[in-house]
Design a protein around this ligand. Structure first.
Ligand SMILES: [Zn+2]
Ligand SMILES: [Zn+2]
Length: 563
């Protein structure tokens, strides 16, 4: 029965939380909370006996209400009281109790005005500045909530790649300058989610120790694996680390092994066998140990695969890895006209400064009123401004676009007449309904001749919101058939469509676009995440439309428009 007491207490806490949220009688809420404390102090066996025979009521501070809930819970794992108090409220709100500074009133206010219910959505709302203008909130409280959210996430033991890279920088800043190291595992391979901060540390005569990597006060137990040349520990801030200590001659091979998916490693082993070379996790035969990873691949007769290109079997021919310089321009950016942080001019200048040749602007459409979506009149204003800019800036073009909501029936948010006026249309789902309809909604949006691309196709928010259910094969096939592009949304919370889907989808011939979904000039930095993901999936550049020369791109957009 281990853990059942915890489940019961959590159940009671849930009820207390929703009682609070419903604004019920304060004395009732207080009685409930006191009850939880008392039950928490009892030994599990004793507690359950007293619940079953009803004698729990004799304990001071325990009322009939709580006893009834406990008895019901022991029988069926839930209670009618929870159903009652949770009515009309999403259960995800319960997680918000972990964010200190957010009392029931505030939680309710955010939920009611923004319609969001998970912590991930809350974090996203903060990123998009949606709390700043809510009554009772402001810039300061938004910043605080964001910091709290971050701390909470740290406690969960899984990190978004963007967050992990920031933490890694901190860990690495402690490693003395004369010690060479490599990032391994999820971090080295740039996977969307990182679970452990894994490093290879090169040592010579020193004894492997935490001191060698600049760590002094591990809060957690250090394992006793110094013999195995490994130390696992948690940093002072609770980040799980694993350091592997290796001699210089073992470095290259071990680092490749530790960043490779098993399929990739197996293909390296096969290549070594063909050449009669010995290969294990720390050693490659055929002469002195390779000095660089490039040399390692060369010895096996293979092109160099970067760490993030080691998810699939090694290819015998591989084009030069996608680089930010390969992007001629980008689509998907928001400005102050909808829910961005900067003016259109600031965004355009920032994009131009990156040597891009165009910026495809795409505000939210009118249905997205929470994000200040564009009604027709404001669109005309923005277009006039863009026409003026384009006239005086021949070497950098702003493309007129929109991120149009895919409505419940799969139609887009404006009349065909308006849709025809855009240079491109990103169709995205922002409000969700039943899962069954998702495939049909996406298919209808793809069949709409106005649609240039589909935005964040699965709707997932990493570590917080699952992708919705839809038939990926069907949707990708339809996109290929109708020459609709599927974006690779580079926001580190999204990285959507997932790289593993890009593998098969692009093999079928899908076109993609590496889209920052930027809400500020610094949001353009996110393209690096997209580039890593495209590398993972080994997407050929010819299938990434924003690497195309502008003439080819404009021709594609125009053909789409006149279709
Ligand atoms: Zn969107
Ligand atoms: Zn967007």
């Amino acid at each position: 029965m281990a853990g059942q007491k915890e489940s019961l207490l959590e159940h009671l806490e849930r009820i207390a939380f929703f009682l609070d949220l419903q604004g019920e009688n304060v004395f009732k809420i207080k009685a409930f909370k006191t009850g939880i404390e008392i039950l928490g102090g009892l030994d599990e066996k004793e507690l359950f006996e007293k619940i079953v025979d009803g004698s729990l009521i004799e304990a001071k501070g325990i009322g009939k209400g709580i006893l009834a809930v406990c008895q019901e819970f022991l029988k069926g794992g839930s209670s009618s009281e929870l159903q009652r108090v949770q009515e009309n409220l999403p259960e995800g709100l319960f997680d918000w109790r972990n964010i200190s500074g957010l009392g029931p009133k505030k939680i309710k206010a955010i939920y009611q005005s923004l319609g969001i219910s998970t912590l991930g959505e809350l974090e996203y709302a903060c990123r998009e500045n949606r709390l700043v203008n809510l009554p009772g909130f402001g810039e300061k409280s938004q910043t605080k909530i964001r910091a709290e959210l971050q701390e909470f996430k740290n406690r969960q033991g899984k990190y978004l790649l963007a967050d992990a890279l920031a933490t890694a920088e901190e860990i690495e800043s402690k490693i003395p300058k004369n010690i060479a190291f490599d990032q391994l595992g999820d971090l080295g391979a740039k996977r969307p989610i990182v679970e452990e901060f894994k490093y290879l540390v090169v040592y010579h005569t020193q004894k492997p120790s935490l001191q060698l990597v600049g760590q002094k006060q591990p809060t957690d137990r250090i394992n006793d694996a110094v013999k195995n040349k490994e130390i696992r520990f948690k940093t002072k801030d609770g980040f799980p680390c694993l350091f592997l200590f290796r001699k210089p001659e073992e470095r290259v091979t071990r680092a490749i092994f530790e960043t490779s998916h098993s399929d990739h490693w197996q293909s390296l082993v096969n290549a070594a066998q063909k050449k009669n070379l010995e290969l294990n996790e720390d050693h490659l035969g055929g002469g002195e140990s390779p000095k660089s990873e490039e040399e390692f691949y060369e010895r096996l007769g293979l092109p160099f695969h970067r760490p993030e290109q080691r998810e699939l079997t090694a290819r015998s021919s591989l084009e030069k890895a996608l680089h930010e310089d390969d992007l001629v321009g980008v689509f998907h950016a928001h400005t102050l006209d909808s829910d961005g942080d900067a003016t259109l001019e600031q965004m355009a200048k920032a994009a131009k400064k990156r040597q891009w040749k165009y910026l495809g602007i795409s505000e939210h459409s009118k249905t997205a009123s929470y994000a200040h979506g564009m009604e027709e009149a404001r669109l005309t204003e923005q277009w006039n401004w863009i026409d003026e800019w384009n006239e005086k800036t021949p070497d950098f073009k702003i493309l007129k676009g929109i991120e149009s909501d895919i409505l419940k029936d799969g139609s887009l948010d404006y009349s065909d007449k308006i849709l025809k006026k855009f240079d491109f249309v990103i169709a995205s789902i922002h409000a969700r309904y039943g899962q069954k309809e998702m495939t049909d909604r996406l298919l209808r949006a793809i069949e709409n001749p106005a649609t240039t691309m589909i935005g964040h196709i699965s709707g997932r928010l990493l570590l917080s919101r699952e992708a919705y259910d839809f038939d990926r094969q069907k949707v990708v096939e339809a996109a290929i058939k109708h020459k609709v592009v599927i974006e690779l949304n580079c926001n580190p919370h999204r990285l959507d469509m997932d790289w593993s889907d890009l593998v098969w989808a692009c093999e079928k011939g899908l076109l993609i676009s590496v889209n920052p979904d930027a809400h500020s000039p610094s949001g353009f930095d996110d393209v690096r995440f997209g580039i890593w993901m495209a590398r993972k999936a080994l997407v050929p550049k010819a299938q990434i439309i924003n690497t195309w020369p502008i003439e080819k791109l404009y021709k594609f957009l125009n053909e789409k428009k006149s279709a």
